[in-house]
Design a protein around this ligand. Structure first.
Ligand SMILES: [Zn+2]
Length: 372
């Protein structure tokens, strides 16, 4: 290789920042059903069209000091952090996998998951497009490994692709959590988006890492979710007074919907309040049927068929889709104590790529020692 690795590391970072800038657009437009192509980037409030020099990842935000050039109102910090996170993730993945096909696949996968993280945190949904894309990246990565005879991707028992095996195991695990939640607590323990995200994670990450990622997600959820709840509760108290000053209207721009919904709901978020707002649980038969669909990839086949405009597939998708959207909207209305799990799954998955194997080895060594 003529060019030293540090050069490619910097290139990975630049590419990551550019992709992060694209993800910002995706995070806004995808869940709102807006076209990804036209119009070009613009301020959602004053419609100021961004010039090329306003659109430089990372730098423009700093130069403009986080304000729109048109209307001067603050641009949410999310735009900056998405670019920083994507940039850092791409560099770390390049550092982890070097100039291989793994880096390409994991960067594409991470991009989809980062978009899913921010959309789910804001609106409590993960667009199917992102989950399907991430899943296909996992299968494509596996297929490339099989075709190039990479021992890591060798077929299981000589016939079963690892990506499909991992996807089935991980989605089954999450469907089981759904079913147990319905049976024991009569409530939706896990959204359908989470099941599909688990399936995508299982398709790309080696099975051990995928399972570790779910444990890391629970840990991250407990830590960050707990901290967020405390922070929101204290913020609601301190904002209760300043609300009448008309200050709130300006802050309530849509990309801060998550935080603004929680400040709109009465500050007395007692256990009674949240149980009243609890959305109605999915009927068990429905959960079993959709769960079986996800495990057997039938939802993907239907979506693919609908894409090809095959009649029955189009009708099936129309039957499935509105139901799911309603569910997802219900999720969105849920009380202030409700926290989406998707963002933590993304954090868990990205962490597991780097520390999953050391954690497994550490656990095995510890268990081995404990057994003696
Ligand atoms: Zn503006």
């Amino acid at each position: 290789m003529g060019v030293p690795d540090p050069f490619w590391g910097v290139m990975a970072g630049v590419l990551g920042a550019v992709v992060g800038s694209f993800l910002n657009m995706l995070i806004w437009r995808l869940p709102r059903g807006e076209s990804l192509i036209s119009p070009g980037s613009h301020c959602p409030r004053c419609n100021y069209a961004l010039r090329a020099y306003d659109n430089i990842p990372l730098l423009s935000f700093l130069i403009l000091r986080g304000r729109c050039r048109g209307c001067g109102l603050p641009i949410p910090w999310r735009y900056f952090w998405v670019e920083v996170l994507t940039c850092g993730t791409f560099v770390a993945l390049f550092w982890r996998f070097g100039p291989t096909y793994h880096t390409v696949a994991y960067c594409l996968f991470a991009a989809a998951l980062i978009a899913a993280l921010f959309i789910d945190a804001e609106l409590f949904i993960i667009p199917d497009e992102l989950n399907t894309f991430a899943f296909l990246v996992g299968v494509g990565h596996d297929l490339w490994g099989i075709l190039t005879r990479d021992a890591q991707q060798a077929l299981l028992w000589g016939w079963l692709p690892r990506s499909l095996c991992g996807a089935v195991i991980c989605s089954t695990l999450f469907v089981l959590i759904q079913v147990v939640g319905l049976l024991l607590f009569r409530r939706d323990a896990m959204g359908d988006g989470d099941v599909k995200l688990a399936r995508a994670i299982g398709a790309l990450l080696p099975l051990g890492q995928a399972l570790v990622s779910f444990l890391l997600a629970i840990g991250a959820g407990a830590l960050i979710g707990g901290a967020l709840m405390i922070w929101r509760a204290s913020r609601e108290k301190s904002q209760a007074g300043s609300r009448e000053q008309g200050f709130e209207n300006r802050k309530q721009e849509p990309s801060e919907r998550l935080s603004s919904t929680s400040s709109v709901t009465p500050a007395s978020g007692s256990a009674d309040d949240s149980s009243q707002e609890e959305p109605e649980a999915t009927p068990l038969p429905t959960a079993l049927v959709t769960g079986a669909f996800y495990i057997a990839f039938i939802d993907l086949l239907i979506a693919f068929g609908a894409l090809l405009r095959i009649g029955p597939a189009v009708r099936l998708k129309q039957q499935l889709a509105p139901e799911m959207e309603e569910e997802e909207l219900d999720d969105f209305v849920a009380g202030p104590t409700h926290l989406p799990f998707g963002p933590y799954m993304v954090i868990g998955a990205l962490l597991a790529v780097f520390i999953g194997d050391p954690l497994i080895q550490w656990y095995l060594a510890w268990a081995g020692l404990a057994a003696k």
